[in-house]
Design a protein around this ligand. Structure first.
Ligand SMILES: [Zn+2]
Length: 182
């Protein structure tokens, strides 16, 4: 199955793209898109982190990490510090992975070990989250105002006035709702 049909892959920040695998978070029916280990394998492949397979335990570890990233991101979006427990989950995942960066054909890639490719991939996601949540752009982290969404995004607009995780989805939904109200 195609990753694009299963997931929303348009978030520029890898760690936030990962948190978007649970969508409509504050809506009536949150959508869990990582509903089985095979789905995580497809998502990782689309993120440039191909692994041969994913065990049920590894899926659980991934979901634990994802939710810690999401909670920490919401805290930062509200100009608060991430909860120490969530920070510990991120730090633990980052320390457990041993991915190696590489430059190949002019592009940055990650090499995962044969022994523990999934922990390595989760390490990449955790490190990305740490860099963005604790880095110089952290004041640009926002939660989407789209109906039911609350997805995390990095507002890189010049006036830092972006309100939606994506113009194609939430931005459009809001626009359509406004037109319908008229
Ligand atoms: Zn949104």
């Amino acid at each position: 199955m195609e990753a694009r049909r299963l997931f929303r892959l348009d978030n520029e920040v890898l760690a936030f793209r990962f948190t978007a695998t649970m969508s409509d978070r504050v809506g009536a029916e949150p959508q869990e898109r990582l509903s089985d280990p095979g789905r995580l394998e497809i998502w990782l492949h689309a993120a440039g982190l191909s692994v041969p397979d994913v065990s049920p335990t590894e899926l659980q570890d991934a979901l634990t990490l994802r939710e810690a990233i999401y909670r920490a991101g919401l805290a930062v979006a509200a100009t608060q510090r991430p909860n120490p427990g969530d920070a510990a989950i991120l730090n633990g995942a980052a320390a457990a992975g041993q991915p190696r960066p590489g430059l190949e054909n002019g592009l940055a890639v990650w090499h995962l070990s044969k022994e523990a490719p999934v922990p390595d991939a989760l390490g990449v996601l955790a490190a990305d989250a740490i860099q963005i949540l604790g880095g110089p752009d952290r004041s640009r982290i926002k939660a989407c105002e789209g109906p039911g969404c609350a997805g995390l995004f990095l507002d890189t607009s010049r006036g830092t006035n972006r309100r939606w995780c994506s113009m194609n989805t939430c931005g459009n939904r809001v626009k359509k709702a406004r037109l319908a109200d008229r």
